[in-house]
Ligand binder design. Structure first.
Ligand SMILES: NC(=O)c1ccc[n+]([C@@H]2O[C@H](COP(=O)([O-])OP(=O)(O)OC[C@H]3O[C@@H](n4cnc5c(N)ncnc54)[C@H](OP(=O)(O)O)[C@@H]3O)[C@@H](O)[C@H]2O)c1
Length: 309
């Protein structure tokens, strides 16, 4: 995966980093977007990777990379991890607590961090989105905005990689089960989110900007399943779940308040609230955003029968 093209005027000479001297700290690096950001920056930026278990980071380390142990619940570990850091990528993922963001922001202020790039969500500036997860992200943004830190908010629509959740049933039964099969979502490739994050972390002064990140088209599960079926050269059936069935499935992976928030969000999508395409990502990257067919082609093996897992 290549680094995004530099924007005009971006200085790249070593020792003359646009953001000044200092390390870039990445969180969430054992997860989807943080791991992709680490791969983009590891070869030519001084990068510190934070994980609860840094032994999981060996595949991501490079000559200018260090791995540190740290936990959003442990302020002392954050203070150590943020020492000498000029810019940080913040990924939190527990909508039942604001403490993770509060601890990180307090430690970042104390350490003199200049720029926090926060992985947020598209729905934050959509007033009709009132579910728990969106309210949590809204609160996290408010916290950063009022902290005095420089900030950039990345507000992606649904990750295309969420459809990896279909991989097992596609492999084993040739079926996708979903609530709201026909509702479009301008879902975004996590590689594009990571490209945007890498640019924001390396590209000079923080600008207090919120970036809406969508894919190049609104695509429904029906259309995504058609893409997968063509790619796999075999039929993939789609079964519509009822609201109750979909919620029961979410409850196997999430606490009830989070499952309910995700259902609220799914109902909003079914009503057509998530189809709008935003040009910000293409403008920022200087190329079109990747489409679902491209994401699926590059992740085809996950859907191929006999792969295991
Ligand atoms: N999925 C979507 O469609 C979507 C859309 C819009 C916005 N978002 C937002 O994207 C974010 C999730 O991004 P993602 O999917 O890339 O993440 P992810 O794959 O869920 O990974 C979560 C990361 O958080 C780390 N983590 C969890 N608890 C931690 C703790 N106490 N201390 C330190 N690190 C901790 C995990 O590390 P370890 O467990 O290894 O320690 C892991 O690296 C959420 O904020 C979500 O609201 C998602």
């Amino acid at each position: 995966m290549s680094r995004p093209r530099a924007r005009p005027g971006r200085r790249t000479r070593r020792g003359d980093e646009p953001g000044g001297p200092g390390v870039i700290l990445l969180t969430g690096v054992t997860g989807t977007v943080g791991g992709l950001v680490a791969r983009r920056l590891a070869t030519d930026e001084p990068v510190r990777l934070l994980a609860r278990d840094p032994r999981r980071l060996t595949a991501l380390t490079g000559p200018r990379t260090e791995a540190v142990g740290g936990d959003f619940t442990d302020r002392a570990s954050l203070a150590t991890a943020l020492t000498g850091v000029r810019a940080a990528f913040l990924v939190t993922n527990d909508p039942l607590t604001h403490a993770h963001d509060e601890n990180f922001v307090a430690a970042a202020r104390a350490a003199g961090v200049r720029h926090v790039v926060k992985l947020s969500a598209r729905a934050v500036d959509e007033p009709d989105a009132t579910d728990l997860v969106t309210r949590w992200q809204r609160g996290n943004e408010d916290l950063i905005r009022s902290s005095g830190l420089g900030w950039t908010f990345l507000r992606p629509r649904a990750f295309m990689s969420n459809t990896l959740g279909w991989a097992r049933s596609v492999r084993e039964e040739g079926v996708v089960r979903v609530f709201g099969a026909s509702s479009p979502n301008a879902s975004v490739d996590p590689r594009d989110i990571a490209d945007a994050a890498a640019l924001c972390l390396t590209d000079g002064e923080p600008t207090a900007r919120a970036l809406a990140l969508t894919g190049p088209a609104a695509i429904s599960p029906v259309e995504q399943v058609a893409v997968l079926s063509r790619l796999l050269a075999r039929p993939v059936r789609l079964e519509e779940l009822t609201w109750g069935q979909a919620r029961s499935r979410l409850l196997t992976r999430h606490p009830a308040p989070v499952a309910d928030a995700l259902m609220e969000s799914a109902v909003r999508q079914r009503a057509g609230a998530k189809g709008e395409v935003d040009p910000t990502l293409a403008t920022l990257l200087g190329r079109p955003a990747r489409d679902y067919a491209s994401w699926a082609a590059d992740h085809r093996s996950a859907f191929v029968a006999g792969r295991g897992t």
